[in-house]
Ligand binder design. Structure first.
Ligand SMILES: [Fe+2]
Length: 484
């Protein structure tokens, strides 16, 4: 195989996962249909795209270099596109070496890492990209945010909030629309395998005001959490991280169903910051939808799995012997904060196999009515793509799907508000679509509450865009004159 050739038989290096090996801009994208009048803002997405063929056969989608995409909605139906890699330390080292050095980067064997870099912890910055406090931040669970220029996407460097951040920050920060505070958490504060976590708060000006350490029951893969007006909740499953295992030739991450799961509930109001951990039957979650308070109850909507999915090809809903074990479904957990017991009740909100749940972010932490998510509708066989997008009205129970076609797939979409709107759900769902038959991608705008009406507008790329993990739309964000 050629030096720069990617393994075309690898599920995460072929098809649309085959890395887009370029950076650049595509101005004045073709638009089919009509964008809403005065619609401006930036749709930022982050995903995994290894710059060189990985040096580990155990390469996984989660282990590629971070590559940010931006669709600049400039008004007057002008949309420009740009994409650029996040320049982490390991990205630059590999570029200088002109080859992959870091093996699988995540959860791989030490022997797969080049001896020259074994002392360096890789930084991927491939999971999310958020704009907060005037800064664009690329995020991944294991590192501090990396600041990017919002317009050129050039890397500015690690952002540690004037030295107040002494650990990693979750890729799934959540912003309270009432206070403008961005809430996050850190893990493994005491080093690899440490169960010490932290509660992080960054105010609307981008100043870190809280970085409060606390203990969790074990060190596990915790990827997302939820906030309400007064509380933070950590849905912790027994996907245990043990840094001593690789030396024994075992993966650092292991599912340990003999241990309970926990729901950690922490008061945002202090004065001390130590969660109450409610034990639950073992289960796993990647992503939450939202959390809200109603009287003295907390309701947390999330996608819940019975087992840990996604880390190898045999632990996936489409390839496992028992797919139900690895199927994620949108559920609601409810806790009575005054009850003397630790009971967490669950009911299923939707029967589709789903992931990447999102709300209208204006309802973050408040009671929400509308849920948006990706789902499988069974069309794709062994493909690793998501088939369709769904809108679920939690008030009426009505669910509608947007299926882009038999050869077309979706990545995480987001809600974008209609200009001038205030009511939850008044706006659009913006979703990246890949058309396998045309080897081309586009961003589709749907009415947020009527997916069946079909696209309002399609913003077309003249090439394909790799699948992305997470995305955010910054409504009304436009380039200042002096940055142009
Ligand atoms: Fe995520």
């Amino acid at each position: 195989m050629g030096r720069f050739e990617f393994d075309s038989t690898h599920p995460y290096l072929s098809g649309n996962f085959k890395p887009m090996r370029f950076e650049g801009e595509a101005p004045f994208l073709e638009i089919e249909g009509e964008l809403p009048a005065d619609f401006t803002g930036v749709f930022y997405l982050n995903g995994s795209c290894p710059q060189f063929p990985p040096s580990s056969k155990r390469y996984h989608w989660f282990a590629g270099d971070g590559k940010v995409h931006a669709y600049y909605f400039r008004g007057d139906s002008v949309v420009d596109y740009a994409t650029r890699w996040v320049r982490t330390e390991n990205f630059e080292l590999e570029r200088r070496a002109q080859r992959s050095l870091f093996g699988n980067k995540k959860y791989g064997a030490l022997t797969e890492i080049d001896p020259s870099v074994r002392h360096i912890r890789p930084q991927l910055a491939n999971t999310n990209v958020v704009f907060h406090g005037g800064r664009l931040l690329a995020l991944e669970d294991g590192i501090a945010p990396i600041e990017l220029d919002p317009w050129s996407l050039e890397t500015r460097g690690s952002h540690r909030f004037d030295g107040r951040l002494d650990s990693a920050m979750t890729a799934h920060v959540h912003t309270d629309p009432g206070t403008g505070e961005m809430i996050g958490f850190g893990r493994q504060l005491g080093g690899s395998g440490s169960p010490t976590m932290s509660h992080q708060v960054v105010n609307s000006e981008g100043v870190m005001t809280h970085n409060e350490p606390f203990e969790s029951p074990y060190c596990a893969l915790l990827h997302d959490f939820a906030i309400s007006e007064d509380y933070v909740a950590y849905p912790l499953g027994p996907a245990i991280l043990d840094p001593t295992r690789p030396a024994q030739g075992k993966p650092v991450l292991q599912w340990e169903p003999h241990r309970p799961a926990y729901l950690g509930i922490l008061s945002r109001k202090g004065p001390t910051y130590s969660p109450r951990w409610l034990p639950m039957d073992p289960c796993f979650m990647w992503h939450t939808l939202n959390m809200y308070q109603e009287d003295r109850s907390l309701h947390i909507d999330l996608v819940r799995y019975k087992n840990l999915p996604g880390y190898d090809t045999g632990r996936d809903v489409r390839s496992a012997d028992n797919p139900e074990e690895y199927a994620g479904r949108l559920v609601r957990w409810s806790v009575n904060l005054d009850a003397p017991t630790d009971e967490v009740t669950e009911h299923v909100l939707d029967d589709l196999i789903s992931e990447f749940p999102r709300i209208d972010e204006r309802s973050m932490g408040q009671k929400h009515r509308h849920a948006f998510f990706l789902c499988l509708d069974g069309k794709t066989g062994a493909s690793r793509h998501w088939d369709a997008a769904a809108h679920l009205d939690l008030q009426t129970g009505r669910r509608t799907l947007y299926d882009p076609g038999a050869q077309s797939f979706v990545s995480e979409g987001v809600f974008a508000p209609r200009v001038g709107s205030t009511e939850e759900g008044d706006g659009y769902y913006m979703v990246p679509v890949y058309h396998e038959d045309q080897k081309r991608s586009e961003v589709v705008l749907l009415s947020a509450t009527d997916f069946e009406a079909g696209p309002i507008a399609r913003v077309k790329l003249p090439f394909r865009q790799n699948p992305t993990f997470h995305a955010n739309f910054c409504a009304g964000l436009t380039q200042p004159e002096d940055a142009a």
